[in-house]
Design a protein. Sequence first.
Length: 348
Amino acid sequence: MTLPNDQRAQLEALYAEMAPENLTPLWESLAQLVPKQPRSPAKVHLWSYDQARDYLMRAGDLISAEQAERRVLILENPGLRGQSSIIPSLYAGLQLILPGEVAPAHRHAQCALRFVLEGEGAFTALDGEKAIMRPFDLVLTPGWQWHDHGNPTDKPMIWLDGLDIPTVRHFDAGFAEGYREKAHPETAPPGDTLARYGRNLRPVRGTTADRRPAHQPLFHYPYADWRPALAALAAGPDIDPHLGHALEFLNPADGGSVMPTIAAHVRLLPAGFETRARRATDGTVFVVVEGSGWALVEGREIALKPRDILVVPSWHELRLGAADDLVLFGYSDKAAQEKLHLYKEQCA
Ligand code: 1HN
C-alpha cells in the first residue's frame, strides 16, 4: 500500500505501539490474505528416484528401521523447507525397509498411503492383516488403524509414503500411540479383506464376517488389478483431452476418495498424446510408473522417467506429453478440498 510519507510514519508508529499487545492491522495484509486466485508458496519440483534412492540406501547403512521407527527421507517442497510438506496440506516421503527388518506397530490420526516403487514381498499389516506388496501397488493405512511393516525377503523394499500430516497439524488434531508389541498379532490371512470388500461385494452387515471398519474397509489396490483396468479403458475410443485415460481409486464404503483427505488416481497417456492445459486447486504428487514423456508446468518443461516424483502445486497450469505410453500415479488433497467446497479446476 502506498501512502503519503507522514501518514505512513504515523501508522508505523502506531503499529509499533500495538505490536506488544499482539495486535496488527488487517489493511496491510488484506490482499495477501484473500488473494484473487491461489498463489501457492509451494514450488514445482522433480525428485530423481535414483538420486533419492542413493541417499536412502546410505541411511540404511547407518540406522535400522527399528531405531528410526520409520526410515524415511522426507520429500520437502523447496518452497516449504522445514515444514515436512510437499504441498501445504500433504506430506511425502520415501521409506526403506531392508531384509529382515520390522517397522513397529503404531497408529495415529493421520492417514497414509503407500505406493510401492521397488522390491516385492514385504508387507504392510493393517489391524493384523498383511498386504503383500508388489511394485506399483497402492496400500492404505487409514487414520487410527494399527499398522506395521516387515520385510521377510532378501531385497530392499522402497515405497512412497503420502500422508495428510500438515492437514492434521493445521487442525491441531493429531494423536498417536505405539502398540504393546512390535507387530500386531495376525487377525486374518493376506488378501482376506480384498476378497471380502474388494470385488463390489461386502459381507452382509451385522454378520461376524463384516469385520473391517465400516467407513474404511479396503486397504490394498494391487497393480495387478488397476493396470488391466487402465489398459481396458485405454483400448476404448474416448480419451479425455485434459487428463488422458484416468481412473480414480475409490473407497467402496461410500464411493468417494480413498481417504477423507487424500484422493488418488492413475492415468495413461498413449505414445504421442499431449494433454491440453489444465489447472486445479489441488496440489498433486505424481509418480511415473511406466514410459517417458514430459510435463509442462507454467511453461517450464520437465522430463519424466520411471519412478521419478513430480509435485505440481495448486493452480499451476499443467500439460503432459507421452513419448511412449506414459502411466502416472497421483495423489492430492482434492478429497479434503471437495468436502470444504473449495475445489476448482480450469480447462483450456
Ligand atoms: C508413518 O506411520 C509411516 O507407518 C511412515 O510407515 C511415515 C511419517 C510421519 C508420521 C507417521 C508408516 C510417517 C508415519
